[in-house]
Design a protein around this ligand. Structure first.
Ligand SMILES: [Zn+2]
Length: 278
């Protein structure tokens, strides 16, 4: 058989249905969800990599549109902080604009957000969650188990989850392992435990920009990629290192742009709001 004929037969054999051939219509915005000023980064390494270093961290949330459906990834610091600041220990936190305010710039309201995905249960990722009661909550199973078990006295605050914890409340889908969020491979929650038991990163496969991987808090700043800084407050050191290994290898194999959600030096890796990556 001539080579070209063989190729024709081969291609015919793997022809996809028309619907699967169309690239998903995906758009990604970065929302500003506050700033964390650190007077000392000591707690971000359990081997004293950053002792005494002051550092500014940004707090990012992300909006993803797939056709008519929207996913909000992380919900930042509480919007009660808009126009004020709060200091606790080494942290001083501020919020410039609420998520609802920024959604308004796009002609959207919380009712338009089908799903809210949470990378993990820390306070700077769940601050505005309660503003999205109609949304299905996607959260790592290990994290949701910890939220369910929390009594409010430890470092897991169940407060913002109240609507999804009560009978007859919001819909929650605890995610064990990875999750194909829209069912078309365009957006995947990547299981990356260690920072918390059910911590997840997010892979977004944009048709024009290419692949983008949002870290959650697997990394907080660029140095942690280089020198494997594991925060003292992570729940599992070995899981963290395994998750870093998996994340880095996936990013390399998919030629993905890595975006560290808390890294001010990486805000420019995506268009500045209200512009979006497509
Ligand atoms: Zn964080």
């Amino acid at each position: 058989m001539p080579k070209t004929a063989f190729l024709t037969v081969l291609l015919a054999g793997i022809a996809m249905p028309a619907s699967a051939q169309e690239a998903p219509d995906i758009e990604l915005w970065r929302l500003d969800c506050g700033t964390l000023q650190l007077s000392d980064s000591e707690s971000f390494s359990d081997t004293h990599l950053y002792d005494g270093q002051p550092r500014e961290l940004t707090d990012s949330c992300y909006l993803i549109r797939n056709g008519e459906k929207y996913l909000l990834w992380d919900t930042g610091l509480p919007d009660a902080l808009v126009g004020s600041s709060q200091t606790s220990g080494v942290y001083t936190v501020t919020v410039g604009r609420s998520i609802a305010d920024q959604l308004g710039d796009l002609g959207l309201s919380s009712a338009d957000i089908a799903m809210v995905g949470i990378s993990h249960y820390h306070f700077d990722h769940i601050g505005q969650l309660s503003g999205f009661p109609a949304s299905t909550l996607l959260i790592g199973k290990g994290d949701f188990d910890a939220v369910k078990a929390a009594d409010g006295t430890g470092n897991v605050d169940p407060g913002p989850f109240a609507h999804w914890l009560k009978d007859g409340g919001g819909t929650v889908e605890p995610v064990a392992g990875d999750r194909d969020v829209f069912g078309d491979g365009s957006v995947t929650m990547i299981n990356a435990p260690g920072h918390t038991p059910g911590h997840h990163a997010l892979l977004v496969r944009l048709p024009h920009t290419g692949n983008v991987m949002l870290t959650g808090d697997l990394y907080h700043f660029e140095e942690q990629i280089e020198n494997r800084g594991v925060p003292q407050f992570n729940t599992d050191r070995a899981d963290t290192l395994a998750s870093m290994h998996r994340f880095d290898q996936m990013a390399s194999n998919l030629d993905a742009t890595i975006v560290i959600q808390h890294e001010p030096r990486q805000i420019q890796r995506l268009p500045i709001f209200p512009e979006s990556a497509k």
